[in-house]
Unconditional design. Structure first.
Length: 317
């Protein structure tokens, strides 16, 4: 076992990646960074740090030090180093591909952990970041929602897809990401969102076995180990519903509304399964069903790869 290992949470939008990252952050030896790309991908979206409350990842109490520490240990008066600093991380002249630490190297050094969890969701971006520095063993937890669960999320969030776009987005993202993982020979564990929500302890234990790490939770009174970037702020403080994976209510987003958790005066926030697909209009569900029926055999193959049965193509109750 390598002293440093990456766990990449891959999946489409609204798949539950923020929740899973928080849960894995409760395991001893694992540190969740949230959507790390909000700090290391210059072209990506910026976002807040849910842990320290900074509005921008670059202002986070931990990750704001990353750029400054990139040049620690190097003589900045050296012309080659000065040129690399001036030109930034795109420097490619004279084999000076990278000077200093990559984001992953920085996090392993700061946190001193054997497992780092990145919930950026896009494997192409996470792979690029790893290639900028030391290559660490990486395993993929592929988190997905069933068609009906995903369609409800797409419908309820901007831009509010119609039935055709919902089906296309679900199929395109999952197939592309799975294909990228296969081409790059990445080890993948499919995880269904419903299992994460309804059987959190069993699901997290399964993930630990997959990455080769002992399932052992930290003290439930401890604050989050990692500073979590981006993601869904409403689940950053969700309690899993079990004593083993309980998490402190270090932040509460305004987006709760009973969707992801129930508020209990004694126990705080308690995780619950998002079944908002039940509230979709009959017309919208019929339109989605019609779109799925057009190429059912193609979609059934993808469902199998994600760990679902073909019965998931029937979204009308």
């Amino acid at each position: 076992m390598s002293p440093h290992n990456l766990v990449w949470i891959v999946g489409g939008a609204y798949s539950g990646s923020s929740l899973l990252c928080v849960m894995l952050d409760r395991i001893k030896g694992m540190v969740g960074v949230g959507e790390g790309a909000r700090r290391y991908n210059p072209g990506g979206m910026t976002g807040p740090c849910a842990t320290c409350g900074q509005k921008h990842a670059s202002d986070c109490e931990v990750y704001s030090e990353w750029q400054a520490s990139e040049w620690v240990g190097f003589d900045t008066t050296d012309p080659a180093v000065a040129t690399a600093i001036e030109r930034g991380r795109e420097m490619r002249d004279d084999n000076l591909i990278r000077i200093g630490e990559s984001f992953y190297e920085f996090c392993f050094r700061v946190y001193g952990c054997p497992f780092l969890v990145d919930s950026t969701k896009d494997p192409t971006v996470m792979m690029q970041q790893m290639q900028e520095g030391r290559h660490y063993p990486a395993k993929v937890v592929f988190l997905s929602k069933s068609p009906r669960e995903a369609f409800a999320s797409y419908r309820l969030h901007p831009p509010g897809y119609d039935a055709r776009d919902c089906v296309r987005e679900w199929y395109r993202v999952n197939l592309y990401y799975l294909g990228f993982c296969a081409i790059n020979n990445l080890s993948v564990l499919p995880v269904r969102y419903r299992d994460l929500a309804l059987q959190p302890v069993e699901t997290v234990a399964k993930i630990c076995r997959f990455v080769g790490h002992k399932y052992e939770t930290r003290d439930d009174k401890e604050k989050p180990c990692g500073h979590l970037l981006g993601g869904n702020p409403s689940v950053s403080s969700v309690v899993s519903g079990s004593d083993e994976l309980a998490m402190p209510n270090y932040t509460r987003g305004t987006y709760m509304g009973g969707k992801y958790a129930d508020v209990d005066p004694a126990d705080g926030l308690r995780l619950k399964y998002d079944s908002s697909w039940r509230q979709m209009s009959e017309r919208f569900r019929m339109e989605c069903q019609q779109e799925l029926d057009k190429e059912a055999s193609r979609y059934a193959g993808l469902l199998q790869l994600l760990g679902y049965g073909s019965d998931e193509l029937r979204i009308l109750e």
